[in-house]
Write a protein that binds this ligand. Sequence first.
Ligand code: PBG
Length: 320
Amino acid sequence: MPFPHERPRRLRSRHEIRKMVREIELTPGRLILPLFVTEGKSGPVRSMPGVRQHTVTEVVKEAREVFRLGIPAVILFGIPKKKDERASGAYAKDGIVQRAVRAIKSKVPRLMVITDVCLCEYMSHGHCGIVEKNKINNDKSLKLLAQTALSHAIAGADMVAPSDMMDGRVAAIRQKLDQAGFSETPILSYAVKQASSFYGPFREAAGSAPKFGDRKTYQMDSANSREAIREAELDVKEGADIIMVKPALPSLDLIRAVRAAVKLPVAAYQVSGEYAMIKAASAKGWLDEKAIMMESLVAIRRAGADLIITYFAKEAAKLL
Ligand code: PBG
């Protein structure tokens, strides 16, 4: 009979002992903060309280604070003034992300700057690839994505993170970077990115909602877990260095499955909608914001994520 010999509560009797036997550590070193940088005027994001669109000057200030808090990295998203059908702002030498990278790296050199590599923010139609006759041209899009990643590396990005979900983009980016002498720049691949409605607030922040249709022909169906492993394995073969699963809390099972399937570090993205839900319920007094934030981050780590991209990074780091 386990009881009365076995008493799990013995190890829960006080804070000190609970801390000693805790299985998962959450530290600022595991967090990555997403930052929006705009070519236009800065300001708050309506559906993401506490999140702002920054100018280049402001984003440097933010980067300094992030580094001071012990958060090792940020991931940058650009909001250009002009959009077109070739996403030229995405790979322009003086594009908004390229300028922000140069500014941050010159002022806070030890902060890791990761760049999101995608075309949706720069395309007039808001899709993540080239559109021809209302259809995505996958292979032509690869060229622009690789060019975008290279322009980020040239600007000084420490890591590039393709989020477009085109087939073959990791290989295309790896080849382009290697040819240009950036063989040591890692690729953090959004490998398991689902066509999720949890990205709603982000699209408001980045002005990147598709003007027609949806992203279901390139982002994954959230019902599929075998396909999630397939996507992760393909990106490993194409040369990814870190595999990401997204959104996070709705896919703890996928984080766990990818963790078991690949040997690379696994990242999870606690996306805009997950952040907005917690913020909204807390604002109403229905949830304890700090406690829920920590509980969700611990759950994502417990599922198997080594790294978490989260809009809560600063708030969590302050508590840790
Ligand atoms: C760009 C991109 C998106 C997110 C990260 N990169 C939006 C989308 O795919 O529509 C979402 C991040 C978030 O919701 O916080 N393709």
